[in-house]
Structure formats: C-alpha cells, structure tokens
Ligand binder design. Structure first.
Ligand SMILES: [Zn+2]
Length: 207
C-alpha cells in the first residue's frame, strides 16, 4: 500500500488501524488496490466498536496471502468476524494493484489477484491507483452509499452469515441483468442499485 493511503487509513480509523508506533501492525502488506476494502473494514469495525463498547479489536497483521486479503486480529465479536470474512472473500475479485475487477491467477505456484492490465505486475512496486474514485473524506451523500453501507446491509439481510453474503455478492443476479453484485461495488450508482435491491429482497419483491 502506498504511504499516502496507509496514512489515510490509520488517520481515519486510529482504533482499528493504530499507527505503527502504537501497535504491532506494520502497515498494510498488500497493494493499494485494496484500499477501498480496508476502508470499508475500518469503517464498519470502528462503528461497531463505538456502538457496542466491546473489547477492542486488535489488528496484528494485514497482508496478501494466496491472492486474497488476510486480516489477523484478536478480539472483536461475531459481527467483526463476519465483516472480515466478507472482505477477505471479496478481495479475490478486485485487482490488488488498481482495485478494478480482477481474478485470482496462478503463476508458477504463486497466486495473485489482478486485472488484465496488471497481470504479472508485482504489488511491491508503488503503483498509484488509476481510474478509481479518490479516497472520500467524511460521510457519503445519501444518494451515494459507501461500500461499508452496502456490505453492512447485506450482512443484515443474511443474518450476519458471511458465507451467504459472499455467495450473494459473487453470483450473477437476474435482478441485475446477469451482473454479480460484487461488480457494482466500485461505482456509486452501482452501490445505490445494490442497496435498492437488498431493500427489495428484504421486502419480498425478489425471492
Ligand atoms: Zn489492475
């Protein structure tokens, strides 16, 4: 993760991602393309900890492993665990370098998640994210829900079951014209569409 985004995450969510001097967390050992996933994770966990006053979540290591994001941590309740499972499970659909749609590829036994443009590119290189929204500060406007909002709604819909949430996000949906919900997460209009769909499912419009 490039330094600018690293600082952005630790300053937005100092409890979830404490600065290096205060913890054993040595930065984010993954590419900048997963910034948006780590931003949603930080947002949801910090929100949960503020509301539940539960034992503080402690992140020990955040890294890429077998092509996917891995968060090693202690404490945190069932909700925190579900959030992390969902984010890890969806990371294999986003290029670790740029955050665009990606797939897990194998190269001589090494697994990595890349878009077509970044096949063969090492995440160790500092590559600025391209074609993505700039990190947002403050709350999203109502018409533009955040990734955190959409993931939280899906967790609520599926009773906090991360396996069901990941399954729903990664399966093509008839209601979305055959697009998998995960492919709409990067776009504000797509996230608004997902929130509407989740609301319709909750109200029994789709079964
Ligand atoms: Zn890419």
């Amino acid at each position: 993760m490039n330094d600018e985004l690293d600082i952005e995450l630790t300053s937005r969510y100092p409890v979830v991602y404490p600065p290096i001097s205060n913890s054993g967390l040595h930065g984010f050992e993954c590419g900048s393309g997963w910034f948006h996933l780590l931003d949603a994770t930080g947002c949801l966990i910090q929100r949960r900890m503020d509301a539940a006053k539960s034992e503080p979540f402690v992140a020990h290591q955040i890294k890429e492993k077998f092509g996917e994001l891995r968060v090693y941590y202690s404490h945190g309740d069932a909700y925190v665990s579900a959030v992390i499972d969902v984010i890890e499970g969806l990371s294999g659909r986003f290029c670790e370098i740029c955050g665009d749609r990606g797939e897990i590829h194998e190269d001589q036994g090494w697994l990595s998640t890349r878009c077509a443009r970044h096949l063969g590119t090492s995440a160790g290189k500092t590559v600025q994210r391209e074609g993505q929204e700039a990190p947002q500060t403050g709350a999203s406007p109502l018409h533009s829900p955040s990734i955190a909002d959409v993931i939280d709604s899906a967790l609520s819909l599926f009773g906090g079951n991360p396996t069901h949430v990941i399954g729903w996000y990664t399966r093509q949906a008839h209601a979305l014209g055959g697009i998998a919900p995960v492919d709409l997460l990067n776009h504000p209009a797509g996230r608004a569409q997902l929130l509407r769909l989740i609301g319709q499912i909750e109200h029994g419009v789709y079964t």
